[in-house]
Ligand binder design. Structure first.
Ligand SMILES: C[S@@+](CC[C@H](N)C(=O)[O-])C[C@H]1O[C@@H](n2cnc3c(N)ncnc32)[C@H](O)[C@@H]1O
Length: 439
């Protein structure tokens, strides 16, 4: 049965609040506090606007820390969320934990710590990634906790590096929850390596400068994070989560044609945020090797490094006039690196963005709608009008723009990078909600 039309819809005033507003204030404390494109209240409002049938499937192909799938499931719809970064997929899976948490789960943290003691072997993993920051003994204690989570909650017999897995669907929300507690423990121990750039965690100057917390300190920190997170779990009505939250690439979505009723999402913006770099400590917890890390970075939208395959020069017509004009401007720009580095990285970004929009159009059922939050930015003085680019790309793919709402956003990465202001007077950006319907 369709839900009754909401007052928001009748009043025609979709999304009166900025997508970013109320971030972290809605519902439970942010124990999953990683970069999120928008707030839970935004997704809530978007779902009300969409007026979906109760058995509707809602997709987020850039699910990040899982704001969309969390809210979609709370509202009783079926959430499908994909992301390439295994660390955020784990966070998104942990967020599906509801009142199926029993008091006994609280003490599981103690069991994990106890079991970790005999699993804390040095050099268990070749080239232990955690030893980039921690002494061998401390890295082994942290790895011991990770191995105990696997042994107690995933498989009693077999250890598999999470970073090497093709799917994370066998990691229950409960196991994912203890992984998040371990992520938080590592972050906490790394506090001294934080920099003014929130996406960058410094490395020690030499192996001598690595951290050497005692096993006792590590265990106490883990215990405390588990406790804190438990306090944040609300008593939601018991619902068996049907969500599909897994690894997946937006340029080849693992769904058939017309399989979803709606999309609510926010693509990576053209602002050079490297989502893999920002989660390097969490990826180290998952045992990610340097090679895998580079491959992950290269596969992500908005990647700031150039791979061997980055030689594309021709701009296809179906990317639209705004995109073609911008790319031409970047290619001809007199500033250093414009033609040799910034042009190909932008071409890569728009190629993946277009491929992702084509996938959204493919999996969305006729009559279905996609709500996309996008933000503009600048390359030097050239305006990257992601709203226009998105509208033009989507139009050619059978997605018609039904509604647009703009919000001014001062809190952009450019605002903290004063060098960029050489080319223009303001660090303001416009964040927009674009609603498309599929013909
Ligand atoms: C803007 S964030 C999404 C934020 C998300 N809507 C939220 O509220 O948490 C972009 C996400 O896209 C992911 N990503 C980048 N390239 C991707 C790709 N090709 N396929 C799937 N996810 C990708 C990044 O790992 C990052 O988590």
């Amino acid at each position: 049965m369709p839900q009754p039309p909401s007052s928001l819809q009748l009043g025609g005033s979709l999304l009166t609040k900025s997508p970013k507003q109320a971030r972290g204030t809605a519902q439970r404390p942010e124990w999953f506090g990683y970069y999120a494109g928008y707030s839970t209240s935004f997704v809530d409002e978007a779902l009300t606007y969409l007026n979906l049938d109760q058995d509707a499937r809602v997709l987020d192909p850039w699910n990040g820390s899982g704001t969309t799938t969390d809210v979609v499931e709370r509202r009783g719809f079926h959430g499908v969320g994909y992301d390439l970064n295994p660390a955020v997929v784990i966070v998104a899976r942990a967020r599906l934990l509801r009142s199926d948490v029993r008091p006994s789960h609280r003490s599981l943290g103690k069991v994990i710590v106890r079991d970790s003691a005999r699993l804390a072997a040095a050099d268990f993993l070749d080239g232990e990634p955690l030893s980039a920051w921690f002494s061998p003994k401390a890295a082994a204690a942290l790895r011991g906790i990770e191995r105990a989570i696997q042994r107690d909650l995933i498989s009693p017999t077999e250890y598999v590096r999470i970073a090497a897995k093709g799917s994370l669907s066998d990691i229950s929300p409960l196991a994912a929850y203890y992984y998040v507690a371990l992520f938080r423990t590592v972050r906490r121990l790394l506090a001294g390596f934080k920099t003014s750039n929130p996406t960058w965690t410094r490395f020690p100057e030499s192996p001598r400068h690595r951290l050497r917390p005692s096993t006792q300190v590590i265990h106490a920190a883990f215990d405390e994070e588990v406790e804190r997170m438990f306090m944040g779990i609300e008593e939601a009505p018991a619902v068996t989560s049907s969500a599909q939250v897994d690894l997946g690439d937006s340029t080849s979505i693992k769904l058939g044609r017309h399989e979803v009723d709606a999309v609510v999402s926010s693509p990576p913006y053209c602002t050079r945020i490297d989502y893999a770099v920002s989660m390097r400590p969490e990826l180290a917890v998952l045992g990610m090797t340097a090679l895998e890390f580079r491959a992950l970075r290269l596969s992500m939208l908005g990647c700031t490094i150039l791979g061997a395959a980055s030689t594309s020069t021709a701009v296809p017509d179906d990317w639209g006039a705004s995109c073609a004009q911008l790319l031409d401007g970047i290619r001809r720009h007199p500033s250093h690196g414009s033609a040799s580095y910034y042009y190909p990285t932008h071409v890569n970004y728009f190629a993946s963005l277009f491929a992702s929009y084509a996938e959204i159009a493919r999996v969305l059922r006729p009559g279905g709608r996609a709500i996309l939050v996008v933000q503009d930015s600048y390359y030097k003085e050239l305006h990257t009008d992601l709203q226009a680019v998105t509208s033009q790309m989507c139009q050619g793919l059978g997605l018609t723009l039904e509604l647009r709402r703009d919000y001014s956003s001062r809190n952009t990465k450019a605002a903290v990078n004063t060098r960029r202001l050489k080319y223009r007077n303001t660090a303001d950006a416009t964040e927009s909600v674009l609603v498309f319907s599929r013909s």
